[in-house]
Design a protein around this ligand. Structure first.
Ligand SMILES: Nc1ncnc2c1ncn2[C@@H]1O[C@H](COP(=O)(O)OP(=O)(O)OP(=O)(O)O)[C@@H](O)[C@H]1O
Length: 195
């Protein structure tokens, strides 16, 4: 993209508590950029984001503060969230620090099929195993909005089913979800946004 060119326009959506939106579009359509905008990493040229009837201006700092409080950001491949040279269990415990989790570390290790791997160093995990470890942060950090960018890449069928179950649980608790994905993922009553 040349500097100053428009990636997308006329994008509008609203989400209620428990709502989900699936963002789809060709490579380069702007799906990741939209998620960056919501977080506040990328100020929009025009437009507005309203949260709980409060207008968020495009000040990145303000939205970054929101990110810390309100969002759980998961970006493929999720690897920056994984700390090298510690065990899987230690990583789960790190994710749990200062979190208001609904679950124990043991529960999440079992839930994410990481229990057998708990003493392995994060460096030697396979792609899908690392991805499952990164996704376990979703269960450990209770946030009202999940922003997921291609979360199923590298996951086997069983792990995708796990993710779908986590999403259902999150939504039943009133959590919201915005997901950019090229893959089919089971989402009941999801709003679809085509870019
Ligand atoms: N930091 C940046 N500076 C300049 N252009 C960028 C930057 N980040 C992304 N772009 C461009 O913005 C456009 C949208 O990129 P984006 O990553 O949002 O697309 P996407 O829909 O998520 O694509 P994909 O399906 O391939 O992941 C692309 O043309 C990309 O090259």
């Amino acid at each position: 993209m040349e500097e100053g060119s428009l990636i997308f326009k006329n994008v509008s959506f609203s989400l209620p508590a428990g709502g989900a939106m699936l963002v789809q579009g060709a490579n380069g359509a702007g799906k990741t950029s939209l998620l960056d905008m919501i977080v506040g990493d990328l100020p929009p040229v025009a437009g507005r984001l309203i949260w709980d009837s409060v207008l968020c201006d495009s000040g990145g700092l303000q939205l970054k503060r929101w990110e810390a409080e309100r969002f759980c950001w998961f970006e493929d491949p999720g690897l920056p969230q994984i700390t090298p040279n510690i065990t899987v269990q230690q990583q789960i415990e790190l994710f749990s620090i200062n979190s208001n989790t609904h679950y124990s570390a043991t529960h999440v290790l079992k839930l994410m099929r990481l229990w057998e791997l708990r003493d392995l160093m994060t460096n030697i995990l396979s792609t899908g195993q690392r991805k499952r470890l990164a996704l376990s942060r979703l269960a450990l950090v209770a946030r009202p909005v999940w922003l997921l960018d291609e979360p199923t890449l590298g996951l086997d069928t069983q792990s995708i089913a796990l993710l779908e179950a986590m999403i259902r649980d999150h939504r039943q608790r009133g959590g919201m979800l915005i997901i950019a994905s090229h893959a089919d993922i089971a989402l009941e009553n999801a709003v679809s946004l085509r870019m």
